[in-house]
Design a binder for this molecule. Sequence first.
Ligand code: RP5
Length: 166
Amino acid sequence: MDVAIIIGSDSDWSVMKKAVAFLREFDISVEVTVASAHRTPDRVINFIRNCHAQDVKIFIAAAGMAAHLAGVVAANTTRPVIGVPINSEPFKGMDALLSTVQMPPGIPVATMAVNGAKNAAIFAAEILALQNDNLKNKLAKYRAEMAAEVERKAETVKLDFLKGAD
Ligand code: RP5
């Protein structure tokens, strides 16, 4: 197994399924579970142990509010942990962002943007690509397609601009 995703609640799934979609598109093996650092701390630890047994290479941990899930995952593995703060009321994800990104020295979490599920998957792919040329080529193609899309958008806006559209 390449990547394990831990979400703090099923309410995080609608955001995090975008990470799963990207990883599957790139043929990266992934599994997902719900485990909460504060509601089910033993479940988090047991899942991480099980992932180690399956040689999971990267963890992605996503939680909202001040749940500290990614930090707890990072405390229990030396494999890379990517954190995704989830947007929620009343602080719009700022609480989750700070609880994920502001890890004290010694136990790092690579923190993405609030709701940054897709970038978490891309970042995981980039780490795996260090030892996988096929994946490296796929990522290069993905970037080239994004660049081509910007060129198409630029052309569309330019044509509209020249027509004097408001
Ligand atoms: C966090 O609390 C979860 O990650 C979720 O984002 C948030 C709210 O959880 P639910 O009340 O929706 O289960 O632990």
